[in-house]
Design a protein around this ligand. Structure first.
Ligand SMILES: Nc1ncnc2c1ncn2[C@@H]1O[C@H](COP(=O)(O)OP(=O)(O)O)[C@@H](O)[C@H]1O
Ligand SMILES: [Mg+2]
Length: 485
């Protein structure tokens, strides 16, 4: 079974069914043996009672046997009538083994069966004996006792009292059929109850699963599971998970701190380096190869400064200490500014840049520096990944309370398998990596774009067809979100 709940229910019902069955079995056996004991006691006392009656009557009136019409010895009639009151099978034999009396139950048997009883009663005896026999042919099974008669005159041999064992089995058998009826009912009830109990017990587990699932990335690590008041196993599980998340959060924070500190510490030496190299480059009469080396070095320093800046931006964003300085600006202005930079780049690589802005101003409260960075990143990417002769088209628009800015190119495109990764930090497509020389970059640009868009309450989407081109679309709400900075 797939769920813990199903397994718990099965175990619970199985255990309960076994317990019930064992209980029924023990009760049945116990009742059966008690019934047999009762039966034994009954026939014992019937035999003793009969012996008592015979002895008493003998003392009162002497001989108790007379001859019947066929000259066979029988019990005198009023004594026989008295003994008729004794239930079950009662047989009295004479000393010579012949039958003196048979109760009405015994008289209802066949001749052969009565003979069987008589011979049991006339077997050589010492005191008493007992046993169980089946009366042949196919008669009832009988439990019997035989008492040797004393003190009732010389004619008497023995008394046999017996009873059908079915009477003893009837009670326990009824019990068994009752159980057969009750057991399935009990089992069904156990299944219902088991499933109810396990659902209740596991509801907390389901809640924990849902809560943990909502903690998707480093940014939601501050969240904690609701800890139940009861410190049972689940309470402790929630507590343990929370402790784990505290540790995770701490190490995440330490990691971010480290990146932020490291990038921050690198900034100053880089600035000094840059200033030094820039000064050196202006020295007159430098040999040609020294000049080339210095220019290369300056290029690398610029790249590294950009990288460090990007790292610092992202680390601060992660720490939540990169506030936006929102001010209402006309986005058309920013787009025009970026266009100028973009056109310079595009000219170098033989790419045409087209810009379409609406005639009316689009004023939104944004952090202008960040938005400029966002648009410039997209535009440089578009130019960088478009072969000469291609076109890059920037379009600004506004609809339904949202502002959209799209940057479309006719470049190399992005493979569908790569699309989910392009906003990851340091991720670059293989085609971009292999030609690092012409297409420099560290793979942080789009990660920063995504952060900027989201920090403004917006989003960034991408559509791309390899070899045909790529379109990035940034959507921003016109009204800044009410909450947070
Ligand atoms: N307009 C585009 N056309 C094709 N590929 C692109 C485009 N923009 C981004 N990419 C891919 O996404 C990767 C990540 O972009 P980005 O984060 O800006 O890093 P970088 O520009 O430093 O390589 C790039 O390396 C490139 O493979
Ligand atoms: Mg880039």
């Amino acid at each position: 079974m797939q769920t813990l709940r199903g397994r718990l229910t099965a175990w619970y019902s199985g255990a309960l069914a076994l317990t019930l069955a064992a209980f029924a079995g023990v009760l049945y056996l116990d009742r059966r043996s008690a019934s047999y004991q009762d039966l034994d006691q009954r026939i014992q006392s019937e035999a003793s009672l009969t012996a008592g009656i015979l002895a008493e009557s003998y003392r009162a009136r002497g001989t108790l046997v007379r001859a019947d019409t066929a000259q066979r010895p029988v019990l005198i009639p009023d004594l026989a009538a008295l003994l008729e009151a004794v239930p079950d099978f009662l047989v009295i034999t004479a000393r010579d083994g012949s039958l003196l009396f048979a109760s009405s139950d015994a008289r209802a048997l066949t001749f052969q069966q009565v003979e069987q009883l008589r011979s049991l009663a006339s077997a050589p005896l010492s005191g008493r004996s007992s046993g169980t026999v089946r009366l042949e042919p196919n008669g009832p099974k009988i439990h019997y006792v035989v008492h040797y008669v004393t003190g009732a005159g010389p004619e008497f041999g023995a008394i046999l009292a017996g009873a059908d064992v079915r009477t003893a089995e009837l009670g326990p058998d009824e019990l068994l059929s009752t159980f057969a009826l009750v057991l399935p009912l009990g089992l069904a009830l156990a299944l219902l109850m088991g499933s109810w109990i396990s659902r209740r017990a596991l509801a907390a587990v389901d809640r924990i699963i849902t809560e943990v699932r909502e903690i998707t990335d480093g940014r939601s690590l501050h969240r904690r599971l609701a800890e139940p008041l009861m410190k049972d196993e689940l309470g402790r599980l929630a507590e343990t998970l929370n402790q784990m998340m505290t540790r995770l959060e701490r190490s995440f924070a330490a990691l971010r701190r480290f990146t932020a500190d490291a990038s921050h510490e690198l900034k100053t030496p880089l600035t000094v380096l840059r200033a030094g190299v820039e000064r050196a480059i202006t020295t007159p009469n430098l040999p040609q190869d020294t000049l080339a080396t210095l220019e290369e070095t300056l290029q690398e320093i610029k790249r590294m400064t950009e990288l460090v800046d990007a790292l610092l931006t992202l680390a601060r964003a992660d720490e939540g200490i990169a506030p936006l300085h929102r001010e209402p600006v006309d986005l058309r202005g920013i787009v025009e500014e970026v266009r100028e930079t973009g056109e310079l780049l595009a000219e170098e690589s033989g790419v045409r840049v087209e810009v379409a802005t609406p005639p009316e101003p689009i004023v939104v409260a944004v952090d202008a520096t960040r938005i400029r960075q966002l648009i410039l990143n997209l535009l440089t990417n578009a130019v960088k990944y478009t072969p000469p002769g291609g076109t890059v088209r920037m379009q600004l628009g506004s609809a339904n309370g949202r502002v959209t800015l799209s940057v479309a190119d006719t470049g190399i495109g992005i493979a569908p398998g790569d699309l989910p990764h392009i906003f990851d930090r340091f991720w670059r497509a293989d085609s971009a990596r292999t030609r690092t020389g012409e297409r420099s970059g560290a793979g942080l640009g789009l990660a920063i774009c995504k952060w900027i868009a989201e920090a403004h309450g917006g989003r960034i989407d991408v559509v791309s067809r390899p070899g045909r081109g790529t379109t990035f679309t940034v959507t921003l709400p016109r009204e800044p979100p009410v909450t947070k900075t």
